[in-house]
Design a protein around this ligand. Structure first.
Ligand SMILES: *Cc1c(COP(=O)(O)O)cnc(C)c1O
Length: 389
């Protein structure tokens, strides 16, 4: 059996995978088992922030493996303490909880919100329609798309939904029982929809007035993807807590939930935990990624993100099927007036890896090291695919 046949026989059937088996990569490119080369504009779904086989990251993994991979959270390690310091000093938040994935960072935030609300007898959390927060029960309940809920019975109670970018909807959904509001500053899986700055400011004011904890899910849009290390810095609106994962450690599984001191104080020893969370392997990779991003890569995203927008707008003027170009930095999408699955398959055949975000949106979330020449190459391939429709 080859890799694809073996996978289909033994791996649980939770993904519709494309019929290619990837073997290795370098920078912006990956190669399959047959040696075919692909330009990677999916970046492991917004995870491989430094591209593939980045020398500094690979070297760090080898060195750290020879020192200490894991030692439990009963002890301190320098990689964990150093990464926490970097994240706190870079942000307006004060404390970090480390975990291993996006969903786990959301669960941590939901539990912190409940603990905060418990002080005043509140436990309702308001999430946005068309949001995506992950697949564990709390995170999937907060996900405002019913098709993720179907067939799983009762969801977590006390979660309500409001319309994203609509302050009146949030106002009318808040009750005396509301303790938190959670949203993505740029909705990812829901179709690449950035928040309006005025909306975020109004939500911030409302939460301050009513003593409600504001949580930003930056799992996809954070860690440099918008051209600032934290997504909220692009909007100038600071949340009380935020969730990170995907790109934080360049592909080594890691998540983090940060909070301002007053909220972080709601957790006491024993309230929440994670066996692998912040282990020295993942944390050392988080440090390497953070340092490299701060050393010129964020500027690259801010500058060339605009170039990507220009190139996508040029395609929009050429092809009527493209209805909209949306997004910021290296988190962008084009909305078509039809399902995009055929386009994505055709792009793969032509050596370009892309993903969808909802049925009609093609998503561009390349590694943050992508340069103008890669954007040129990607948009040329896409142009060819669109012209053959
Ligand atoms: C991917 C994603 C998650 C879930 O992350 P996992 O690591 O898959 O659990 C949560 N929120 C957002 C915005 C995401 O894009």
């Amino acid at each position: 059996m080859n890799t694809i046949e073996k996978g289909k026989k033994y791996v649980m059937n939770t993904y519709n995978r494309f019929p290619i088996a990837l073997d290795h990569g370098e920078g912006m490119y990956v190669y399959d088992e047959n040696g075919k080369k692909y330009l990677d504009f999916l970046g492991g779904i917004a995870v491989n922030s430094l591209g593939h086989a980045h020398p500094a990251l690979a070297e760090n993994i080898a060195n750290q493996a020879k020192k200490l991979i894991h030692c439990s959270n009963l002890y301190w390690t320098a990689p964990m303490a150093n990464l926490a310091e970097k994240l706190v000093k870079e942000s307006e938040l004060d404390r970090v909880f480390f975990c291993n994935s996006g969903a786990e960072s959301i669960e941590a935030a939901l539990k912190l919100a409940r603990k905060f609300g418990n002080r005043t007898g509140r436990q309702e959390i308001i999430a946005m329609l068309h949001s995506f927060h992950g697949r564990t029960f709390g995170a999937v309940t907060a996900t405002g798309q019913t098709h993720y809920h179907e067939g799983f019975g009762d969801m977590l109670p006390h979660i309500k939904y409001a319309v994203f970018n609509n302050i009146e909807s949030i106002k009318s959904t808040i009750t005396k029982n509301t303790c938190a509001v959670i949203m993505e500053p740029v909705q990812g899986e829901g179709g690449i929809h950035p928040a309006n700055i005025d909306f975020l400011k109004a939500v911030r004011r409302l939460c301050d007035e009513k003593n409600i904890m504001l949580i930003f899910d930056e799992v996809q849009c954070g860690c440099g993807r918008l051209g600032t290390y934290f997504a909220y810095q692009t909007f100038g609106v600071t949340p009380d807590a935020l969730c990170m994962a995907k790109g934080i450690a360049g592909g080594i599984p890691m998540g983090a939930m940060m909070a301002k001191q007053a909220f972080a104080d709601c957790f006491n020893p024993g309230d929440h935990a994670s066996t692998f969370g912040g282990n020295p392997m993942a944390a050392s990779c988080g440090n390497v990624v953070f340092d490299i991003l701060k050393n010129g890569v964020l500027e690259n995203v801010a500058e060339n993100g605009k170039y990507l927008t220009e190139k996508l707008n040029a395609l929009k003027s050429k092809y009527d099927v493209i209805k909209d170009v949306r997004g910021i930095g290296y988190m962008q999408g084009i909305e078509l007036d039809m399902p995009v699955s055929g386009i994505i398959s055709a792009a793969i055949e032509n050596g370009l890896l892309l993903a969808n975000a909802g049925a009609n949106v093609v998503r561009f979330v390349p590694a943050l090291i992508a340069e103008k020449k890669h954007i040129d190459e990607a948009t040329e391939i896409l142009d060819k695919v669109l012209s053959s429709l």
